[in-house]
Design a protein around this ligand. Sequence first.
Ligand SMILES: [Zn+2]
Length: 487
Amino acid sequence: MPPIDASATILLRHDTDPNSPEVFLVKRSDKLAFLAGIHAFPGGQIDETDREVEVRNCDDQQLAMMISGAARELFEELGVLLTHGGELLTRGQRASLLDDLESGRMSWQKLLQHFELHLDANDFTFVGRWVTPPFSLRRFDTWFFLATCPAKQEPHVIPGELADGEWIKASDAYNRWLQSKITAVPPTLHALKTLAGGITPDLVERFLATPNAHGESVRRIEFRPNYICFPVRTPTRPPATHTNCYIVYSSKEILIFDPGSPYEDEQLALASTIDELIAEGRAVREIVLTHLHPDHVGGVNALKTHLGDSVRVAAHRSTAEALTEIKVDHLIEDNELLALAGEPSIKLRALHTPGHARGHLCFHDSERRVLLTGDNILGLGSVLIDPPEGNMIDYLRSLERMRAIPDLTILFGGHGPAIATPYQKIDAYINHRLERERNILAAVESGITKPSEIVAAVYNDVSPKAYAMAERAVIAHLEKLRAEGTL
Ligand SMILES: [Zn+2]
C-alpha cells in the first residue's frame, strides 16, 4: 500500500524571539490507533476537497493541495484560520465556521469561497517531506510547513485527535525529549532540534539538510535518546513485514537486540549504522536475543562475521538450547542487570517473561522508564501463542509481571511503532485474552469440542486467514483451562 498524502504545520508563535522560537506542540490522543500519546505537530491526511482549493502565489497543484490540507487541519485541530480576508472575523465567527466545517454543512473549499477567504503559499514555507518507516501498516507521506500564527488568534486544542497542546520553546521541547519526558517521531524531533538553533537565514536549508526530509524513509528512529529502533525487513508473520532491531548505546558501548533479517541488503544497512556508532568511539558489547524465532535471530551470524567473531551473543538458556545454528556465549538470568560503560549510565534489567516463547526476555530501563517487550507486546499485529513453545498460563503471568512494573512511559515491541500508552496497552492485551478465554469456555460448555470449530464460533472478528493462528491460541487456552481445573 503506498503511503497516504498528509501535511502538517509547525506553527510559530506570533512575534516569537528568533533566537529561541516558540512552537505549538501537541500531544496525540491516547485513543488513536496510530501513534497514540506521542508529541507532534497539528496535521493529518489530505482529503478530496483539498484538491479543489485555490492557493494564491502557487502554480504547483500538488503543493497547493498540501498547503490546503495543512491549513484545514490547523483550523480543525486548533481553531487557527491561516487565511487572508479573515482578519475581521471574530472568535465567535471563526467558531461558527468551524462548526459548519465539522458538521459537514460546508466543505473546506466552499467555506473559503463563501466567506471570501483565501490561502496564500507565502504563508507556508515548505520544510520537508517525511515518509513513515515500513514498520507501520498506516504509512504517511507528510509535507511539513512552517507558518506563523496570526496575531489575534490563539490556538486551542479541539478535542478529538489531540489530547493537549502548548506553546513551548523549541529548545525546551528538545530538552524534554533528551530527558525522556516526551516521545516524538523523527520529523518532530528534527524540527525541534533545527528550530532550537534559532530562526536564521539558513533555517530552511538546515531543515532540508537530511535525505529523510526528501521522502527517503527513516531507518534510524530514536523515539527516545540512546535507543535506536531500526526496523529490518524479515520473513515475519503478516501484517508485519519488518522486525525491530534495537540498538542501545552509551558513549562507550553498544548493545544490539534482535538483528533479525536474513537479507543481505538489510544486514548491510544495519551494519553501517552500527559502524557509525563504532566510528564515534564505541565498542559493541553484545548481541542480545529476546527469543528464538527466526525473524529475531536471522541476521545474528552475519552481524557477527561483520563485527568480528569475538562479539558475544547473549540469550536466555532456553533460547540458547533451542538455537543450533547460533552459538550463545552469555546465558542471561532472570533479573540480571546489563549495564553499559560510559555516559549516560544505562542499565537494563532482564525479565524472563515466557509465554510467546519459553526463553523470552524483556528488558527494563527504570531510569528512562523504557521496556523492550520483544514479541510479548507489539505495536503491530497480534502475538502468537503456539504450544508447546507457547504457553497461555505463562503468557498471562508475564503480562501481569510487565503490568506491575512502575512508571513505564514507553514500550518498544518487536514489530510496529513504539507504544506511548504502556499500561493501557498491557491492560488491553490482558483483557483481550481473558475475554477470548471466556468465549472459548462458553463454546466448550455449549458442546463444541474441536479447536477448529471453536475458532469458527469465537473468532468471528478475525479474517479466515488468521484462523490457523487462532486455532493455536484456542489450543493454548484449552491447555490453560485444563491445567487450572476449569475444564
Ligand atoms: Zn516471536
